[in-house]
Design a protein. Structure first.
Lengths: 188, 188
DNA sequence: GTCTATAGTGGGATAGAC
DNA sequence: GTCTATCCCACTATAGAC
């Protein structure tokens, strides 16, 4: 993945990420990217074959970072789902435009490093216990962050209660008991 | 809303919707739209001030239709939440690109008919009983449909179980309200 | 590795004739 | 209400010199 890029290409991808986050997806053009780097747009093509490759690199980096932070947040957590949600929200808050890029279109899976998507999802499956519950929980989490990102919850006051409601709904029984301060032993 | 548009403008918006759904957002250009109607692009500006107005009209129509179908589906339903989810999924399946247009960016609320957004959301609030539960359920539903739309659930086999898991989670007040009002590090 | 020059495409929008 | 002609913009990408 990113390791297959030259050092100069890595610099370009880093600049692209800055540009993306600071000015949005529409501003991510080869001209503007060249500007940021103090070179002309055509020079970029000596380091990256085309713009699609640049976007793939951004997406791949995003998944790798997400997977790492999710793993780190949940590995030793007493409440893995809550910890994951915190890490997830933090990632989106740090990288809102990148998150959009990662999720708004079908993934170019064949051009991404193998397993990068699966690794990012693994922490969630671990946290909720089963793939179908993970899918449902993922939908809730993704829905919450994109709706917030898109200003679909005008009154931010209602946000935290909604997160609590969803967390409680998707926590497995043992987790609910843990949150209540009960023993897990009796959980089915 | 749409009623403030001339009949010809209404025809244009209808053609735009066809174009949007059949070829995607990138194909929705004034030139291509003119093609569909058998006229030149500049002629469109006699009926609509600019492209943004066209998109606003599309979004407004989408919300009106959604509100109507959601109302119709839930008004006499024994299981309002399940009925709403069915209607919601059907709307997205019929209008995937329009749904994207309606949800992927911050809403130009000041340019939409008043209450149109609220009306579309009202059925869900009725179905789940409280605004915060509605928000959480909305996030789940929206997350599910966009992730499906974006091919994020590669194996479609897992889709229906995920819907069932989510529905069950949000239909069970006990699980949702378990932590209601309680501050959690995982949520707050 | 960067440059200039440029091709090629496509977009939104306006002016003014008919 | 539609046309032609046109402007101005921006983009990706290539060729070839340095």
């Amino acid at each position: 993945m990113g390791e297959s890029l030259s050092p100069r290409a890595r610099q370009i991808v880093a600049a692209a990420r800055d540009l993306l986050e600071s000015e949005g997806a529409d501003a991510l053009t080869m001209r503007r990217l060249g500007e940021r780097l103090g070179i002309r747009a055509p020079s970029l093509y000596k380091h990256l074959p085309n713009k699609a490759a640049l976007e793939v690199a951004l997406i791949a980096d995003g998944f790798e970072e997400a997977a790492e932070t999710f793993d780190a947040a949940t590995s030793a957590a007493k409440e893995p789902l809550a910890a994951l949600v915190n890490a997830y929200r933090a990632f989106v808050k740090r990288n809102p435009q990148l998150y959009r890029l990662m999720t708004e279109r079908p993934l170019p899976r064949e051009r991404l490093p193998a397993e990068v998507e699966h690794r990012a999802a693994a922490a969630l499956v671990r946290a909720v216990g089963s793939p179908e519950r993970a899918r449902a929980a993922f939908a809730f989490i993704h829905g919450m962050v994109v709706l917030e990102l898109n200003g679909r919850f005008p009154d931010d006051d209602g946000l935290e209660p909604a997160w609590r409601a969803g967390l409680a709904a998707f926590a497995n029984p043992a987790s609910i008991d843990a949150l209540r301060g009960r023993s897990r032993d009796g959980a089915a």
